[in-house]
Design a protein around this ligand. Structure first.
Ligand SMILES: Nc1ncnc2c1ncn2[C@@H]1O[C@H](COP(=O)(O)OP(=O)(O)OP(=O)(O)O)[C@@H](O)[C@H]1O
Ligand SMILES: [Mg+2]
Length: 335
């Protein structure tokens, strides 16, 4: 297989909070191939948007590497970064807040081109064509953001992201604020545009019901760490991590792990003070001795599917011999 379009290794982001530090993203490895959509899921506060901000180079990368489109992306600085930024674009949850309220939406869509030196007339024509393509035609293009509906504003945000011909588009809860029928329209539009323009997406969502429609791969984030990742079908049909099983149990008709619905209980802990060992252990329905002490390794379940849970580790790979072993417990975990 060709090299991934995006590859992160050990991607780590820290925020300063008061006198301390909060590690919002902790050694995240992601691989994303051209033309694929990687969905990043996890509860609020798990670090999804921080990954987006780090990829978009809006927050500093504390450690790790990001290779993107053949570039050592995390190392780009200054003029070099400005020159290459167009390769990765962003669609936010609330386009209303990212569009200039004083500009007609066609001007907002044309702006990145004008900044890049395209003539005003060409920028205007291309913005008009782009807006046509996302379903905002004629007089709607002359409106101000507040004169459009939420769904129409998301279309503008998509047009603005795509106008500079990016390779990768990061959608952060891009349809979450819309009602269900509009969500489907915008998701369908994104899927069409992906094929049409050879795009690759990182699709951040807390709405797992969307996954079957958009995702080729899924990465499940818990307190800044990827606890499971793999092809969407594998993760959705046969989730391995108790956290993923809990998240997916709210999918209509799904009872991952074969048992009854078992939603994740409790609240996500404070990332400034994460639990020891396996970070999920205080909430885990199948935690065993050793989980609070030993951080689980990422274990391959199949060539492309992996998860970090002691119940998946072969005995030899378990750091602490006191951690009891899987097969029987694994059955318990899945019953
Ligand atoms: N600018 C910041 N300064 C300090 N802490 C931050 C900052 N931005 C985010 N955080 C913290 O980092 C952690 C991860 O936040 P992030 O916004 O990435 O989560 P998320 O998964 O996108 O959540 P949501 O689903 O609510 O959007 C949270 O604990 C959050 O409070
Ligand atoms: Mg977020």
């Amino acid at each position: 297989m060709s090299a991934p379009l995006l590859r992160t290794r050990g991607l780590t982001v820290d925020y300063r909070v008061g006198r301390g530090r909060l590690r919002a993203v902790d050694h995240v490895d992601l691989d994303l191939h051209q033309g694929e959509t990687l969905a990043v899921i996890g509860e609020s506060g798990s670090g999804k948007s921080t990954i987006a901000s780090a990829l978009l180079r809006l927050v500093p990368v504390a450690a790790g590497s990001v290779e993107f489109d053949g570039l050592d992306w995390a190392s780009l600085r200054g003029a070099a970064l400005r020159r290459e930024r167009h390769r990765m674009q962003f669609v936010p949850q609330d386009a209303g807040s990212s569009l200039d309220p004083r500009w007609r939406v066609r001007e907002s869509v044309a702006e990145p081109l004008a900044v890049a030196g395209t003539s005003a007339r060409q920028a205007r024509d291309r913005a008009a064509a782009m807006l046509d393509r996302v379903g905002l035609e004629g007089p709607l293009q002359e409106r101000f953001p507040h004169q459009l509906s939420g769904g129409q504003r998301q279309r503008v945000a998509i047009a603005r992201a795509l106008i500079s011909k990016p390779r990768l588009v990061i959608c952060d809860e891009a349809v979450s604020a819309l009602d269900v029928s509009l969500q489907a329209e915008i998701v369908n539009l994104l899927v069409e545009l992906r094929a049409e323009r050879d795009l690759t997406y990182v699709f951040i969502t807390h709405d797992i019901a969307l996954l079957p429609y958009v995702a080729d791969r899924v990465a499940v984030l818990y307190l800044g760490q990827v606890v499971e990742s793999g092809p969407a079908r594998d993760v959705l049909v046969d989730p391995q991590h108790p956290y993923t099983q809990g998240l997916l149990s709210s999918l209509p008709g799904a009872h991952p792990g074969g048992g009854a619905e078992r939603p994740v209980r409790g609240e996500i802990p404070d990332p400034a003070n994460p639990p020891t060992g396996c970070r999920f252990h205080p909430r885990c329905p199948v935690a065993v001795d050793g989980c609070p002490q030993v951080e689980p390794a990422v274990v391959p379940v199949s060539p492309a599917h992996s998860a970090a849970c002691h119940l998946l580790e072969p005995r030899s790979a378990t750091a602490d011999p006191a951690v009891p072993l899987p097969s029987s417990l694994l059955r318990k975990a899945r019953s």
